[in-house]
Ligand binder design. Structure first.
Ligand SMILES: Nc1ncnc2c1ncn2[C@@H]1O[C@H](COP(=O)(O)OP(=O)(O)OP(=O)(O)O)[C@@H](O)[C@H]1O
Length: 394
């Protein structure tokens, strides 16, 4: 299919060839179910931000470097400064004495200031800002057709339309679309601006749960296949865990901590949002509708999903993990894993404790009552058995 307005591009762009160009490092069509982060050969680009500002009682104080690869979630309580930081990175706000650099691109320093449309970024906000008088197709191509002559077009409309499955919507008007569909168009439009960085500010916040579930796989696809680093601002820890590779935790106008998501989930500050763990597991295949998974030397089984993958991310709520000092044989919980206790952290409720565990080198958390911890005599270094009651698969 050729989209009007793109005839000057390579009209030979076929579905099979764009897959190859979309995943820069792969010469074969990627498995859409397989999660991959940015191409391994590409060094992460560091985003450097130095910014101080005072707004009434709110003070933002940043002097940080964030290595961006895959999806970096910016997470923190309402009012901690996430949007302010994102807007400064985008160049939507110009703060005096700020420094913003993305890799070799110096976007702001002293009197030097690169305007927002010259920054090669794609942005998607909570409410998609589609132009109401233009069709979906015209909205998609709006930025693409205005790219400078010397701008390399690594993503062409055919690719983006296929990636986000927009073909049936092309001739509709924005008012005829659901919130989730509008956000898909906004994502497509952002990608067609040929961004080197995608900034997503609560892109799912205005959607109901069904629409969130519908659009998440598209975000996962963009993350795994495009290689474009993304910064995602989200209030929902669950969404962050489904999408992010890195997590930057903001608190009171500062960056409290940053690092790989799996480790960052252990930060006690996140426990208030519902402590959970992320485990990486390899598939051993399915039998009797049960997916067999391996984590190191240990195995667990779950109802098999529709589509199989070679590896999975498992989300486990800390409250869905029980501990026993000996293996339990007469329980309906079939997933039992040997783990070692590495620490105890206070939980949001004073009667509870977060028990930190190591499972084959990966961190796992269990939320127990203090009474249970004492009754079982649990101690750091002890080998115990974790019964996992529920697991979500990504
Ligand atoms: N235009 C403005 N004028 C004055 N104060 C502002 C303005 N915009 C934001 N603020 C204040 O700056 C602080 C940080 O706001 P910001 O929107 O960056 O926080 P946030 O972490 O993104 O919050 P949320 O998660 O609720 O969107 C808040 O205290 C907010 O009230």
């Amino acid at each position: 299919m050729t989209v009007p307005g793109t005839q000057h591009l390579n009209n030979q762009a076929t579905t099979s060839s764009w897959w190859q160009r979309l995943s820069w490092t792969s010469s074969a069509k990627p498995n859409t179910q397989t999660r991959r982060t940015a191409p391994a050969s590409k060094e992460p680009k560091a985003l450097t931000v130095a910014l101080q500002l005072q707004r009434g009682a709110f003070r933002l104080q940043l002097n940080d470097s964030l290595p961006l690869q895959g999806v970096t979630a910016l997470f923190g309580r309402s009012g901690c400064g996430k949007t302010t930081l994102l807007r400064a990175i985008a160049g939507l706000d110009r703060h005096p004495n700020a420094t913003v650099a993305f890799g070799e691109h110096n976007w702001q320093q002293g009197r030097h200031f690169v305007l927002v449309h010259q920054r090669r970024i794609g942005m998607v906000f909570q409410e998609s800002s589609l132009l109401p008088h233009l069709s979906v197709q015209q909205n998609l191509l709006y930025g693409f057709n205005r790219l400078g002559k010397d701008c390399e077009r690594r993503l062409v409309p055919e690719q983006v339309i296929a990636l986000l499955e927009l073909e049936p919507l092309l001739h509709q008007q924005p008012e005829q679309l659901s919130g989730g569909q509008r956000q898909r168009i906004a994502l497509g439009r952002a990608l067609l601006r040929q961004p080197q960085l995608l900034l997503l500010d609560e892109p799912l916040a205005s959607l109901d749960q069904q629409s969130r579930n519908d659009i998440l796989p598209y975000l996962q696809r963009i993350a795994s296949q495009s290689g474009i680093p993304m910064i995602l601002v989200s209030h929902q820890l669950d969404d962050v865990v489904k999408l992010a590779d890195q997590l930057v935790l903001m608190q009171d106008g500062c960056i409290h901590s940053q690092g790989p998501l799996q480790q960052q989930l252990l930060q006690p500050e996140l426990a208030a949002s519902g402590a959970l763990s992320l485990l990486h597991a390899k598939s051993l295949g399915s039998k009797d509708h049960l997916l067999q998974l391996r984590i190191g030397q240990q195995q667990l089984q779950l109802p098999a999903p529709k589509h199989s993958q070679p590896s999975y991310r498992l989300r486990i709520q800390a409250r869905d993990v029980a501990l026993s000092s000996k293996p339990i044989t007469d329980s309906s919980v079939s997933n039992q894993l040997q783990v070692r206790i590495t620490g105890f952290h206070p939980a949001p409720h004073p009667a509870e404790t977060l028990v930190q565990l190591q499972l084959e080198g990966q961190p796992l958390q269990a939320l127990l009552t203090q009474q249970s911890v004492q009754r079982l005599g649990l101690q750091i270094g002890q080998l115990v058995y974790a019964q996992v009651k529920a697991v979500a698969l990504d």
